[in-house]
Design a protein around this ligand. Structure first.
Ligand SMILES: [Zn+2]
Length: 148
């Protein structure tokens, strides 16, 4: 198989997008990032729990932090996007919240904010964008909610 390579001579991208490995959400995350955020070039690491992987890091040489660091240092990414999602197995799934979807969202918002603060310690001055992929309409749709 041979396909055109769009990035000959290009070593710079706009962003790094960290999301969960979960097969149910990453394609949707691409749509959100490209269509809603308007970001077209980005490194795209996936780690179980997204923000959880960052929050569990003990230092900047841990793999999840490197997934942020390499795009920033090597590809000069200016934006860092972190996306957590509902029913995330890395956090024990929705069952942990006993059906309280508000509590689940609040928890993930806290996790995302914690990850943001941690990343800013190592990479001050970057624009950090946080989002939560929420299941809505009885599980028929995924809604990406921006988190401040
Ligand atoms: Zn997950």
């Amino acid at each position: 198989m041979k396909i055109p390579f769009d990035y000959k001579g290009v070593h710079v991208c706009d962003a790094v997008v960290l999301c969960c490995i979960d097969f149910r959400f990453w394609k949707e995350t691409i749509k959100f990032v490209e269509e809603e955020l308007g970001i077209k070039t980005y490194d795209f690491p996936k780690m179980p729990g997204a923000a959880k992987a960052i929050n569990d890091c003990l230092s900047e040489v841990d793999v999840p932090m490197k997934c942020i660091g390499v795009p920033c240092d090597l590809h000069h990414a200016q934006k860092i996007v972190i996306v957590n999602h509902a029913d995330c197995g890395a956090y024990g799934g929705s069952n942990e919240f006993k059906g309280d979807i508000e509590a689940e969202q609040k928890f993930h918002e806290g996790e995302l904010q914690r990850a943001k603060e941690k990343i800013l310690k190592y990479y001050p001055g970057k624009e950090i964008i946080l989002a939560y992929a929420k299941l809505v309409d009885g599980g028929e749709n995924v809604e990406f909610v921006m988190v401040d």
